[in-house]
Design a binder for this molecule. Structure first.
Ligand SMILES: [Zn+2]
Length: 446
């Protein structure tokens, strides 16, 4: 049957069933289905577009069928009426769900409880508000592992071990070539570089360094300051925005090429950068839309909110889930030959700064401040009122010389009447999962 083609070993043998078999699941035998699923994904990224579209339709149909086992989604699907509609018509009639809306549902309503025993629990740390607890079922973890494996095989340094800097473990990274380097935040990087150096000695031929942007920037800064060289073959960043200044700085100091990922803890690995440095969507894993302020899907090339429907996680489906990001989709063919559509990340909705009659994306502010790497080592914009900000800064050597210039630039970007107060510090706390917090709103909008 076409539907499961890429997770099918041969007729009647689904690789996800093999993967979740009690004997295979806890042993090296897992590598067999993983090998086949990864191989299928390496091919499907080059499929003709029509074949990918048909594949996504089939996966949506399966998803709607499975989601009927979950009360919250059953009610919504019944309201829409699945019969006589194409999968995309059903999807277009489904409401868009925010994280806040899902968090407010009783867990039993948004979970297929019969699958909980064969699932892993996880949560988002709540850097944007309330923590969100969710499950990933073991069937889905095969596809999730294979998607991450494809990401690493797309890098130039395909076969090298991966040193993974994180605050806590994450699904999809427990292979023989993944090595954890636990870190609370970029703040700890300056006294942990020696340890990273020690770990790196295990890999004299080189390794891939993976982490949040702010961590990698700080690692590069410490390497430069202490004249340390590490055999880094590629850098992979995720979880925070990346501006051009940071990319070129990291590539210059670490003497390698950098690749970005687009991922979220609850929705998985949604996009990866190809050799041409274009972000392709993992369309075998999720259906991604971009919608306008009235929740209408936008055509290719238009900027809007990113809405995600994941195919594999049956224990807790995500259908038209507003992931809290802004982006632009494109179906313009990429020179790499992959037919997967591409995405340009444009910031987070929680990082839109609302001023008196004006909205500014933090990403634009980040681009502007990125030019002052020697003045500002790290910053945090705290909005104290509609028109007043405290800017926390870990100052660099030339901050005092540039302060007035930077302030004028900020006023020009934000609003002519904006009030700015500077606060110099030597540490800015990170979020519980270790990401840098660049923007905080500390007042209630009326
Ligand atoms: Zn490409």
């Amino acid at each position: 049957m076409f539907t499961n083609e890429s997770i099918l070993l041969k007729k009647g043998w689904r690789s996800d069933r093999f993967w979740t078999h009690p004997i295979a699941f806890k042993s090296f035998l897992k590598f067999i289905p993983l090998y086949f699923d990864t191989r299928a994904l390496m091919k499907s990224q080059f499929w003709p577009r029509e074949k990918l579209d048909r594949y996504q339709d089939a996966r949506l149909l399966e998803l709607f069928r499975d989601a009927k086992r979950v009360p919250y989604w059953r009610d919504l699907l019944e309201k829409v009426g699945v019969d006589h509609l194409t999968p995309r018509e059903v999807l277009a009639r489904m409401p868009i769900i925010s994280k806040q809306q899902l968090v407010q549902q009783p867990p039993a309503d948004i979970t297929d409880e019969s699958l909980i025993e064969r699932s892993d629990e996880d949560h988002t740390s709540g850097s944007t508000g309330i923590p969100f607890h969710f499950y990933h079922d073991w069937h889905a973890s095969l596809r999730s592992f294979a998607i991450t494996e494809r990401i690493f095989r797309t890098l130039i340094a395909k076969r090298f071990p991966i040193v993974y800097m994180r605050a806590r473990p994450r699904n999809g990274f427990t292979f023989y070539r993944h090595f954890w380097f636990f870190l609370r935040s970029y703040n700890s990087m300056h006294h942990r570089l020696e340890e990273l150096k020690e770990l790196a000695q295990q890999f004299p031929a080189g390794f891939i360094l993976y982490g949040y942007t702010s961590w990698i920037v700080e690692a590069a800064r410490q390497m430069e300051k202490n004249d340390i060289k590490l055999p880094i073959r590629n850098v992979v960043v995720a979880g925070e925005h990346l501006i051009a200044h940071d990319r070129s700085y990291i590539e210059r100091i670490m003497k390698t090429e950098l690749f970005t990922l687009y991922a979220s803890r609850e929705a998985g690995f949604l996009g990866y950068e190809c050799e041409r440095h274009t972000m392709h969507l993992s369309e075998e894993w999720a259906y991604v839309e971009v919608v306008d302020i009235d929740n209408r899907p936008l055509p290719s090339g238009k900027e809007g909110r990113i809405v995600v429907t994941t195919f594999d996680n049956r224990v807790m489906p995500f259908i038209r889930y507003d992931i809290g990001d802004i982006g632009v989709l494109s179906d313009t063919p990429c020179a790499c030959g992959r037919t997967l559509r591409t995405l340009t990340f444009k910031g987070r909705t929680s990082e839109l700064i609302n001023l008196d009659g004006r909205v500014v994306s933090l990403l634009d502010v980040a681009y502007a401040l990125g030019a002052f790497k020697d003045s500002i080592l790290q910053y945090q914009l705290v909005q104290k009122g509609p028109m007043s900000f405290v800017v926390r800064v870990i100052p660099g050597l030339v901050f005092a010389d540039k302060k007035q210039h930077i302030e004028a630039l900020l006023i020009r970007m934000l609003h002519p009447r904006v009030q700015i107060r500077w606060e110099l510090t030597d540490t800015i706390p990170a979020s519980p999962n270790g990401k840098a917090i660049y923007f905080l709103r500390e007042f209630n909008r009326v």
